[in-house]
Design a protein around this ligand. Structure first.
Ligand SMILES: *[C@@H]1O[C@H](CO)[C@@H](O)[C@H](O)[C@H]1NC(C)=O
Ligand SMILES: *[C@@H]1O[C@H](CO)[C@@H](O)[C@H](O)[C@H]1NC(C)=O
Length: 185
């Protein structure tokens, strides 16, 4: 039953995805120029209201903020395969399961990919701003793509932090088929 609901949800998303233009932002590379897609390998949510509790690896990424607090943030890990040196990588976001409020998220690289036991108070330091997305059905629009394209990292794990922009905002995705991904260009 559950899997029937899940696959019909996927079918709906697939229909929506084909009905919509594949790219909504002019600073994202068209999908047919993408050589390889790297889906996330782990998502860990951290919650401001339970700042010392490790919520662990989840199948669902949750980013939200209510009244300037009650933040949920998501740490997202990718296992970068061998042989990508010399290629460009680009962060992209698609197929949320829910979004409302500002529907905007910001992505930062973080200093360590060991995210499994992270809590709101104890987590890898925030490294560099990567970009801002406006989330909608299908492919998210890029609001600020200044750091989204970069030289592909060497083989190994790389992790990012996803946070809410503005207040009274929710963006939720089912990983790894939705949410943040890395396109190899
Ligand atoms: C997370 O905590 C468990 C239990 O203490 C430990 O075995 C594991 O190595 C930790 N993982 C990381 C990535 O720190
Ligand atoms: C990555 O996720 C997409 C759906 O967004 C899926 O079509 C694709 O098969 C996945 N790739 C891998 C390598 O799991």
């Amino acid at each position: 039953m559950k899997s029937a609901i899940f696959s019909s949800a996927i079918a709906i998303f697939a229909t929506l995805a084909t009905a919509l233009p594949t790219e909504t932002a002019n600073n994202l590379v068209p999908r047919d120029h993408v050589k390889q897609v790297i889906n996330s390998s782990a998502v860990v949510n951290i919650r401001e209201d339970t700042p010392d509790t490790a919520l662990g690896v989840s199948g669902r990424g949750t980013v939200s903020r209510t009244d300037g607090k009650h933040n949920f943030q998501a740490l997202v890990k990718f296992d970068i395969p061998d042989g990508l040196t010399g290629s460009k990588c680009q962060l992209a976001f698609a197929y949320p399961s829910l979004f409302d409020g500002t529907s905007q998220i910001q992505v930062f690289s973080i200093g360590d990919a060991n995210i499994e036991n992270a809590t709101f108070n104890k987590r890898p330091f925030r490294d560099q701003f990567k970009g801002t997305f406006h989330v909608g059905w299908g492919e998210a629009t890029v609001v600020d793509g200044s750091g989204l394209t970069f030289d592909c990292p060497v083989k190994g794990a790389k992790a990012y932090e996803v946070v809410s922009v503005g207040d009274n905002n929710d963006v939720i995705w089912d990983a790894p088929w939705g949410g943040l991904r890395v396109n190899v260009l």
